[in-house]
Design a protein around this ligand. Structure first.
Ligand code: PMP
Length: 402
């Protein structure tokens, strides 16, 4: 039956990790996958997650019963509060709803699937940033929504191409879908300023575009949960209806537990209820109901003042170490006199830096120096530590000057 099935290409990031694992070189460095690593290069179970886990074990509530189709109520409410802010008018009006999903990926999927079935304009396209996280295209095309790109990264300035972005918003048919990264843009690490968000919101409003935010790094980018939610809260204040896919993989270190949420901001409580009911219907046929463990941990922490404070401290630990690595890499490249400017590495924010290294240079880092990064020159800053940063800087210097 399946003789004519063609092989699908392997996922680039997961293939890179497999190559890294198979490499026997002692000083190999993994700058590919977006997962936090300690100064020792190890995964980090957040101390607050350990504590929450112990509380769940001790209080005897860790059963294995099904969650409701839309997930754990206390988790959903807390996730909505976290992104929209406790003082949100949408929450007070009862216009904010949600579905717990299979982490951030599942939340983007649930939102995209809903739009594919219920968006009033059947010919709608989704505009994604150029570049973006590769799954955005895969998910939207997978549900049958055509994908176009809007300019985002300006290679000349190694910063945001705001004019290109606004022009595309102006030129796109009325009521298009725009996929936006609220903070710590993946892969560039370049975010709009509040003034630029105002212009983006103006352009979106003028054309009646639909905002679909995807946030995988709240609290991880700046260390401030409120600051990293600025764009979403600003759009909510401007009266946008929107979807926000939230991931708790990075900010809780719960990568494998698949804790995510799709927040919905609708025109009225009635519309919000109807959207939720359609997402529940789709979710029932897809995953039936979401996994409980990660959501229980997140819910416990978000709903307890003391644990919440401890979580903020853990977030600061991660974001401060990443900022330090940005500085050390730039200092080292400056000390070596590596040609080019490198200040964009410290200007960028979040898990990644878009170094500006080209495909040949990125490949050479992997093949000659056992430093693993994607071919677009993106490096995961968390893969650096005080022991390997000099080695990485020297290798970058050599590939740039060879
Ligand atoms: N969106 C973006 C932009 C991401 O970078 C990621 C993680 N790489 C995700 C969503 C979702 O990740 P997860 O499914 O692990 O929550």
């Amino acid at each position: 039956v399946f003789e004519n099935v063609a092989a699908a290409p392997a996922d680039v990031i997961f293939a890179l990790t497999a190559d890294y694992k198979a490499d026997t070189f002692a000083d190999k460095v993994n700058l590919g996958i977006g997962a936090y690593r300690t100064e020792e290069g190890k995964p980090w179970v957040l101390p607050v997650v350990r504590k929450a886990n112990q509380i769940l074990v001790d209080d005897g509530t860790l059963d294995h019963e099904y969650l409701p189709i839309l997930g754990l109520d206390t988790f959903r409410k807390a996730a909505i509060n976290l992104i929209l802010g406790a003082d949100s008018a949408a929450i007070a009006d009862g216009r904010a709803g949600s579905a717990q999903c299979i982490s951030g990926t599942g939340a983007v999927y649930a939102g995209a699937y809903f739009l594919s079935k219920h968006y009033p304009n059947k010919n709608v396209a989704c505009y994604i940033s150029k570049p973006t996280w590769a799954n955005h295209r895969a998910i939207f095309e997978g549900v049958g929504i055509p994908v176009h790109e809007y300019p985002y990264w300006n290679p000349a300035t190694k910063g945001l191409d705001l004019d290109g972005m606004l022009q595309t918003m102006q030129d796109a048919p009325n009521g298009s879908i725009f996929l936006l990264h609220p903070c710590a843009h993946n892969p560039t690490g370049v975010d709009p300023t509040p003034e630029q968000w105002e212009k983006i919101a103006d352009a979106m409003k003028a054309k009646g575009h639909f905002a679909f935010f995807d946030t995988a790094y709240q609290g991880f980018a700046s260390g401030s949960l409120d600051k990293d939610a600025y764009s979403v809260r600003y759009f909510a204040k401007r009266g946008f209806e929107m979807f926000i896919a939230q991931s708790f993989s990075k900010n809780f270190g719960l990568y494998s537990e698949r804790a995510g949420n799709l927040t919905i901001v609708a025109k009225s409580p009635e519309v919000k209820n109807r959207i939720e009911s359609q997402i529940a219907k789709a979710q029932r046929a897809n995953i039936s109901n979401p996994p409980a463990y990660g959501a229980r941990i997140v819910s416990l922490v978000l709903n307890d003042g003391t644990l919440y404070k401890e979580w903020e401290d853990n977030l600061t630990t991660m974001s401060d170490r990443i900022k330090l690595m940005r500085q050390e890499l730039v200092d080292e490249l400056t000390r070596l006199g590596t040609p080019g400017t490198w200040n964009h590495i410290t200007d960028q924010i979040g898990m990644f830096s878009f170094t500006g290294l080209n495909v040949t240079q990125s490949k050479a880092l992997k093949e000659k120096y056992h430093i693993y990064l994607t071919e677009n020159g993106r490096i995961s800053m968390a893969g650096l530590n005080t022991k390997n940063v000099k080695y990485v800087a020297k290798a970058v210097h050599e590939v740039v000057t060879s």
